[in-house]
Design a protein around this ligand. Structure first.
Ligand SMILES: NC(=O)c1ccc[n+]([C@@H]2O[C@H](COP(=O)([O-])OP(=O)(O)OC[C@H]3O[C@@H](n4cnc5c(N)ncnc54)[C@H](O)[C@@H]3O)[C@@H](O)[C@H]2O)c1
Length: 251
């Protein structure tokens, strides 16, 4: 399905990014993983190389907020795989006390990576960028305003780019809480607010469910500017928006 296509997945060493990298590889793509965690990146890429072949997996250690490194990562991906067709902006953190860092990683970095990727995507007929936002972009989380703000911003960025960028599709996915190390150390008790929200949403999603939605947003060429929500109770469902002109008429 995605043979001859090359993807960059940020934050692909674990969690949703790893599930997405694996599904992209299973779908025939070549995958470059950009991640900050040197050890996890190396373990994950060794495992994926054994499974899918050394020539289909590229490991790139970087901080997505370091623009110089990100530029180098895209150049290396192009040099290694011959093209950059797909970008999944997945790296993200939740850290209520570090609001500037949260905005840098969750919003500034995906925007910078998108603008950089677009330079390499010129001429690709299948170029697509998927941003991993969150239901927190809709349900403003009390006490985690930087996370909610970053994800609302990422949704708006995606929709705006989709209307203004010829030839490159932009979509985003908004999962609710998902069972990954982002929620805390495995085996450690979750804080009470988190446990309450998880119970309300009907349990945790699996990273493989989220990756299925991401790959759908990549492979279905009719989807552009779409915001795909995913929750345990409702499954996949698209948020419905007025068009730009319709929203102007309501001003
Ligand atoms: N887990 C959830 O409940 C949930 C729900 C909705 C959305 N999301 C979003 O999904 C995405 C992936 O989350 P996850 O749950 O898999 O998290 P995770 O913590 O399991 O994985 C995140 C990965 O990103 C990498 N990373 C973090 N900061 C980085 C940086 N500055 N540069 C490069 N790599 C960096 C980490 O090393 C890690 O490998 C995030 O954007 C997150 O906000 C997660």
């Amino acid at each position: 399905m995605l043979s001859e296509q090359s993807a960059v997945v940020t934050g692909g060493a674990q969690g949703i990014g790893l599930a997405t990298s694996r599904l992209l590889l299973q779908s025939g793509a070549k995958v470059a993983i950009f991640d900050l965690s040197k050890d996890k990146l190396s373990t994950t890429c060794d495992e994926l190389k054994r499974e899918f072949g050394t020539d289909r997996v590229l490991s790139f250690h970087c901080d997505v907020t370091d623009e110089e490194q990100v530029v180098k990562g895209f150049a290396l991906t192009k040099e290694t795989f011959g093209s950059v067709d797909i970008l999944v902006n997945n790296a993200g953190i939740t850290s209520p006390k570090e609001w500037k860092k949260t905005l840098l990683i969750n919003l500034h970095a995906p925007m910078f990576a998108s603008y950089t990727a677009m330079e390499y995507m010129k001429g690709s007929s299948k170029a697509v960028i998927v941003n991993v936002a969150s239901m927190a972009g809709f349900c403003a989380i009390p006490g985690n305003e930087s996370y909610s703000a970053s994800k609302s911003g990422l949704i708006a960025f995606t929709r705006s780019m989709a209307q203004s960028t010829e030839g490159i599709r932009f979509n985003c996915i908004c999962p609710s809480y998902t069972d990954t190390p982002l929620l805390g150390e495995p085996g450690k008790e979750l804080d009470s607010t988190l446990s309450f929200i998880i119970e309300k949403q009907g349990g945790l999603l699996k990273p493989e469910q989220v990756s299925e939605g991401i790959v759908r947003l990549i492979t279905d060429a009719s989807l552009n500017g779409q915001v795909l929500k995913l929750t345990p109770r409702k499954g996949f469902h698209f948020e419905k928006y007025d068009s730009f002109m319709e929203s102007l008429e309501k001003l």
